[in-house]
Design a protein around this ligand. Sequence first.
Ligand code: FCB
Length: 478
Amino acid sequence: MGQQGIELTGAPGQVGRIELPRGFELGVATAAYQIEGAVDEGGRGPSIWDTFSHTPGRIVGGDNGDVACDHYHRYAEDVRLMGDLGVDSYRLSVAWPRIQPEGRGAANPGGFAFYDRLVDALLEKGIAPAVTLYHWDLPQALEDGGGWRNRDTAARFAEYAALVHDHLGDRVRRWITLNEPWCSSFLGYASGRHAPGAQEGEGALAAAHHLLLGHGLAVTALRAGAREGQQVGITLNLQPVSAATSSAQDVAASERALLGANLLFTDPLLEGRYPDLARQTYASLTDFGFLHDGDLATIAAPLDFLGVNYYFPSRVRAAPYVQDDPALRTADDLGAEDVISPGEELTAMGWPVEPAGLTRLLEWLRDAYPTLPPIYITENGRACDDVVTPGGQVDDPDRVRYLDSHLRAVVDAIDAGVDVRGYYCWSLMDNFEWAEGYAKRFGLVHVDYTTQQRTPKASFNWFRSLIADQHGRDGRDG
Ligand code: FCB
């Protein structure tokens, strides 16, 4: 069944080979809180995700990241798996509360000891680490002081970034400041679905701005200590946004949705401005008093690359606001909702499968931003209801088809002139899927959370062949 799925979707070297450009990089991605566990070891302090996941009712099944994939202890086995897969690069995140348990002050040597072991093990296998500095695990001590609503958190982040860069910069070349600031600000401080679970208007918009400011200050810090060949970027979760119909209401709703999903982040980063629509749309919530002179120049510091995470597109129609009084709205209450068409294929997350959306998104970025730097797809993948067969296999043809079609969508964008340099699959292995807990599986490797047994899925074998094929064409070792 797995083999059949692989053939049908066109494995490399068979029908429908994927024609990636020479030198195109292939990798896998994870994030610290989703896999590491060992939350009390090596001097780590608590993060907002420890607090949130231990709050009853926040996470499906009452799950938390205390143990997760126990990667902190099993990293050597996980690096071996990546060596077997043959990836060029591994995108990992450093847990801020391991380096600064209280979010400020001197670095904790116990935190660096773990990342030293991990990075060295990767380099031994010829795998280039790509480090995300912030994948959502804010030290709880900083949240107690206001978290990302507080401008000081941006300065704290830049200090932390410099500490990590000073320590690992001799071995890590690719740096990603933030992962998906939309999620940190809008899921964290507007819908409350993620840590710290706040539901606010101005607070969420201030958080978004301070995340961007923290990014800009971190870029400046990393440039100041630049090592040869260093690349600095940021990862955004972006969507192609369209109106469900051509009615004036739906078109206006789709413009507000595009603002919230993309422009609020891409315009400051790539053009050094907030769009006029932002001031209008959020006028009842904030006067943008959090925006100080000089901030936008800091935020728009040139990037070596833009990381794009793509999962699904957004088709939008007008909908009633949740809160009638505009002054009391949360920042995500935009009078717009996503439409799913009947019969559309959905993942186990309920997300529509639309590979062409990735091509559209990349073309939109190219057309909208003349200064667009090269792009890495830093996450793409899907959740499936995977099961281990009695024979010990995991057949996941739907995931293979998803990855195959999305890589083809990247090739289409490259053919249309978009500069895409690499692709990281989300994820190396099943892990703690935030508010969804362990129920949603995104991995190329299945994890049994009772025994911590790792079982490579059929998609792992498919990706391994694809990488070997790509290396063969590049004249590199498989
Ligand atoms: C992204 C996150 C990542 C993972 C995937 C499924 O938004 O960056 O950690 O949870 O979604």
